[in-house]
Design a protein around this ligand. Sequence first.
Ligand code: ZN
Length: 187
Amino acid sequence: MQIVDHEVYMDLALQEAGKALAKGEVPIGAVVVNPEGIVLGKGHNVIEKLGCQTGHAEVQAISKACKKTEGWRLDDCWLYITLEPCFMCLGLIGLSRIKGICYAAPSPQFGCINILESMILDTHWKQVIVLKGLKADESIGMMKRFFERARGENNRERAKRISRKGSTSLTREKDGPVGSDRSAAKR
Ligand SMILES: [Zn+2]
């Protein structure tokens, strides 16, 4: 597959990530493409919707590709992902016989490619061709937008809680001196 093709399919994966972003999910997208360049399956992160970690974009895209081809073998297919895959998804990639993966941004927290490359093991997973960093800036930009928005929402929630607490403590402060005055008056 040519570099230009990789870019076209990564754009599709980024479009999928955009769909996740629009739904309030962490923006991650994935696309399975066969050797003829036909898209077999597209998917985006739906963890919040499913309430389960099987909602990873790769799982969605691979499931759809298997459904379309009516088989679990995705020999010679490529998977385009906007983020470095986790161990669960790399397991699925290897088991599905995917030939190569191309991912955009690294995932320092859950990504497994760098860990795996540092391991001296001769496993099937290590035979998967890996291309890194294609359109990483676009993927990272979308992730930043998601987490900035999420942080904004958290801050607004926190501000609301603080203002609610603030009004309670103000009431108490108001009650306090009155009570003290009363007890002082009794004495
Ligand atoms: Zn995953």
